[in-house]
Write a protein that binds this ligand. Structure first.
Ligand SMILES: Cc1ncc(COP(=O)(O)O)c(C=O)c1O
Length: 380
């Protein structure tokens, strides 16, 4: 099956008891057993739920994976991956990834004796230089959040081929519509399904997709033991979102391209970070591993101050000032104060997240309205 058909039909059968075309929401905590240990494959809803099971199958298919696991949030999915490690193990991660991932690594896991290195992954030799026998996980985000840097996934997997190092890609920004990291040899794909997969800003959800059955068992054990499971209603919403991912992403890409070019020509704009520009350093790799460039971008103002950024951020009418991304509605965000506030200023600036940096999640509205909205807010 091709992508659109997979997204609509993958893993989904009409409900066997009623024929319902949409997967029912099995809102139950437990399941009645015929005799002790004799059941229909469901015992207790932290371990199994039929709505979740259908979603996990659909998620796996969307990423060309054998297995999917769905979690109560993207952060919970990330947490499960790091819990595969032991004290003394080392992780190599990108230096401009999502602030919440950075916070989880530094504030929660460092104290359990796991060591994290943060590097610019654009240059693969930065990863190579840090590899030791203690390296157990490489955590990639590509494109990165919010500078849209691109990491060459295949180059990383060939670097660690034959070594016992798990490579995990946070594929939230690209979504399975634009990029399938498992096809480039990674071990795990992670998504904050809160974003493009759900697509309607109405649910918090996360997931992991993988091919190795032993890895799936370990991650499932961690999830069952730690309890970061999603509710069935949330699973239903992600299942519904998946069915229109391809339609939404097409429009996100179209609108994203128009807005990136509009911003680049605007006299008040400093830099525009969008990996679809042919002169973007990551363009050749993005072209190789992605099927489009999406609707996420960052830009700075010529007046690189928090005050100038705040003026723009407070005056858009169609772009809503809010954290998150990937929904049908356009959002505008100030990384320094909002999504990346947990990164110390010095570290933030060093990594290019300057004071006036603004992030856009371009939605699927009419492009003329989006451009007019940005124009009026920049000209105030
Ligand atoms: C790239 C990326 N990864 C992970 C997360 C965390 O996901 P969640 O908010 O669903 O826990 C986010 C949230 O913004 C994100 O943008």
């Amino acid at each position: 099956m091709k992508l659109a058909t997979k997204l609509i039909h993958g893993g989904i059968e009409p409900d066997p008891s009623t024929g319902a075309i949409m997967t029912p929401i099995f809102q139950t905590s437990t399941y009645v057993q015929e005799a002790p240990g004799v059941n229909k494959g469901y015992e207790y809803a932290r371990s199994q739920n039929p709505t979740r099971k259908v979603l996990e199958e659909a998620l796996a298919i969307s990423e060309n994976a054998k297995y999917g696991l769905s979690f109560s949030s993207g952060v919970a999915a990330t947490d499960a991956v790091v819990k595969l490690l032991s004290p003394g193990d080392e992780v190599i991660a990108g230096n401009d990834m999502y602030g919440g991932t950075y916070r989880l690594f530094t504030k929660v896991f460092e104290k359990y004796g796991i060591k994290f290195h943060y590097v610019d992954m654009f240059n693969i030799s930065n990863i190579e230089n840090l590899l030791t026998s203690k390296t157990k996980l490489i955590w990639i985000e590509t494109p990165t959040n919010p500078l849209m840097n691109v990491v060459d996934i295949a180059a990383v997997t060939s670097l660690v081929k034959g070594k016992k190092i798990i490579v995990c890609v946070d594929n939230t920004f690209a979504s399975p519509y634009l990029q399938n990291p498992l096809d480039f040899g990674v071990d795990i794909v992670m998504h904050s399904a809160t974003k493009y997969l759900g697509g309607h800003s109405d649910v918090i959800h996360g997931c992991l997709m993988m091919n190795d059955p032993a890895l799936r068992e370990q991650l499932y054990f961690i999830q069952k033991s730690c309890g970061a499971v999603p509710g069935p209603q949330d699973c239903f919403l992600i299942l519904r979102g998946l069915k229109t991912l391809h339609l939404r992403m097409e429009r996100h890409c179209e609108n994203g391209e128009r807005i990136a070019h509009f911003l680049r020509k605007h006299p008040k704009i400093g830099q525009v970070f969008w990996c679809g520009f042919e002169d973007h350093p990551g363009y050749p790799v993005a072209k190789k591993q992605m099927r489009g460039f999406g609707g996420m971008m960052g830009f700075t103002l010529k007046d690189d101050s928090i005050e100038a950024a705040k003026k723009v951020l407070s005056s858009t009418k169609v772009f809503a000032l809010a954290e998150s991304l990937g929904g049908v509605e356009s959002l505008i965000n100030h990384p320094a104060v909002m999504t990346h506030a947990s990164i110390p200023r010095e570290e933030r600036i060093k990594n290019g997240l300057t004071d006036s940096l603004i992030r856009l999640s371009v939605g699927v509205e009419d492009i003329e309205d989006l451009i007019a909205d940005l124009e009026q807010s920049l000209n105030l």
